[in-house]
Design a protein around this ligand. Sequence first.
Ligand code: ZN
Ligand code: ZN
Length: 409
Amino acid sequence: MKQNLLEKYARLIVKTGINIQQDQILVINSPIECAEFARLVAQVAYQEGARDVVMNWKDELFSRIRFLQAPEVVFEEFPEWQKQFYLNYLHKGAAFLSIAAADPELLKDVNPSRVAKAQKTASLALQEYREALMSNKNAWCVVSIPTTAWARKVFPGVPDEQAVAKLWEAIFEVVRVTNEDPVAAWEKHKQSLKKSMDFLNQYQFKSLHYKNSLGTDLTIELPEQHLWLGGAETTPAGLDFIANMPTEEVFTCPKRDGIHGKVVSSKPLNYNGNLIENFSLVFKEGKIVEYTAEKGQEVLQKLIETDEGSCYLGEVALVPYDSPISRLNILFFNTLFDENASCHLAFGKAYPVCIQNGENMSKAELTQLGVNDSLVHEDFMIGTADLEITGTTARGETVAIFKQGNFVF
Ligand code: ZN
Ligand code: ZN
């Protein structure tokens, strides 16, 4: 039974997620704990025409040892060969698959400034690679499978084996692998997301206003020529891929200096092996001018202070409160899942593709239009059952978009 689902999942990832092409290279970034599944994906990729599959193994327990033991200076260095590894495959037109399965509390006893430093160093070194993917130059896809450490956090008090089985069950469900024909189920899902995108794109709202009983009271202006996207992304060659599996969001970019008011988080944020919980942010002219977190204040501070653009926002995403992931009522402590159960925003860099023709614009042109740039792009959840969102059009007309946490249409 499970083997059958695993194979369906691997095939869905290769065909619908990555949309592998004949003679294309597939790079798989995988935790060593997920090796068995990564190998299965590789096998399917070859069957579907991949020229080669390159395994890029990650070891989070070793990275924890390194954070605790290595001299500080190593977190300011990024190996040139690693940078060349990504660029080399990027320029060869490879597709990139990442398996995201981090232990949400892996680095809780590590000095946050070390983690922040390493993160910034890596982002700087891999800037070209990151920007190419954020502009959809190459196909990329992020998926998850359970690890014991992660499952323990999601289902505390449950024996390990059962916790892992429960997490598998939840993942199979939300990526639609339990459907008879997952590839067809995704086609249908893409169409339903398109309905929300079309509604929002037709209105070309000038601003959105968010309000709920948690204390969120926020206005977000949207730049001219913004585009709401969702479901499939498209490469310059016209090939569709799914950047995140699951995905339930439609999203666009906010206007950099057009955010005012207060927003309160609705789920914990797992940032680089640390949790930030119950936090709120106050914005003035787009910039975060005040922030506080019940847990993980220092980690939040490092995130917001990464660079000039990390105290501005780079994404506005709408997800109904009754989305399939939300209905499972599981807190995943993994942004890939939690962001798709909740309306969210992102600190930092905006996707250039959220502006018409943005992927062909220079940094200066994007800045001119109000598209934020940063070394970070980090989603955080703000959706609640009572969230109301109202749009204002260029002519000053107001339109209800969300009522009681869900789309009105
Ligand atoms: Zn998002
Ligand atoms: Zn995002």
